[in-house]
Design a protein around this ligand. Structure first.
Ligand code: HPA
Length: 235
């Protein structure tokens, strides 16, 4: 047990999928894992461990935003020995060419700040995905009908953003989408020698203001979970 995770040692797999939403953790575990078992419910942040094609997998909610994700990822890596961590979540598209329902594989994650900011001081550290996971996820996505983009994203501290000028600069520089967790996940993975990736489904569009209706979310989110699982266990 840790401060925020009630699982016993050994109940968390080396491969962990991290949706922000604990209910999505339950849905993904019940839909994609064999014999999913509830291993954490501290603060309602549900975590499940089961197997996928015989491989042990944990699906643990991370909460919203980098401070919340940072707590879970620190404990998963340092106390439970997690080695491969893949965020599965939603994002808002920032480019015309990226549409609602598309998948975005985050090669890099720009930020204004992360909970790790204090370590780096004047250095602008560049959080990036693990190449083996990123390339395997791109291959897994190719064999599906879902349109997939690979590139830089923005990890924001705010959902209700008051800096349209900053979004403009990011659009100019090719940032594909915005979410709120990947940069800290990538930074922690780099620090502890783990593999990390963010596989994201576009749930809304910052330019067109289109949003994925809730009844269509499951199918799109399902593609993302399967891409993440195939990437985690590809040769
Ligand atoms: N902003 C930040 N995070 C998000 C968004 C957004 O528009 N959509 C999904 N996650």
């Amino acid at each position: 047990m840790t401060v925020h995770i009630g699982a016993e040692k050994g109940e968390i797999a080396e491969t962990v999928l991290l949706p922000g939403d604990p209910y999505r953790a339950r849905w993904a575990a019940e839909t994609f894992l064999e014999n999913p078992k509830l291993v954490n419910e501290v603060r309602g942040m549900l975590g499940f461990t089961g197997t996928w094609r015989g491989h042990p997998v944990t699906i643990q909610g991370s909460g919203m935003g980098m401070p919340s994700l940072s707590i879970y990822v620190n404990e998963l890596i340092r106390d439970y020995g997690a080695k491969t961590l893949i965020r599965i979540g939603s994002c808002g598209a920032m480019q015309e060419a990226v549409a609602v329902r598309d998948v975005v594989l985050a090669m890099t994650a720009s930020t204004l700040s992360t909970p790790s900011r204090g370590i780096f001081r004047e250095l602008n550290f560049a959080p990036c995905a693990d190449w083996s996971l990123l390339s395997a996820a791109a291959r897994a996505a190719e064999s599906r009908a879902v349109k997939t983009h690979v590139g830089g994203i923005y990890s924001s501290d705010v959902f209700y953003d008051e800096r349209p000028d900053l979004n403009e600069q990011m659009e100019r520089h090719g940032i594909l989408a915005v979410e709120m967790e990947a940069a800290e996940l990538y930074t922690l993975a780099a620090r502890y020698g783990c593999r990390a990736l963010a596989v994201l489904t576009v749930s809304d569009h910052l330019k067109t203001h289109e949003a994925l209706p809730s009844d269509q979310r499951e199918k799109s989110f399902g593609d993302m979970v399967e891409i993440a699982l195939e990437a985690a266990f590809s040769e």
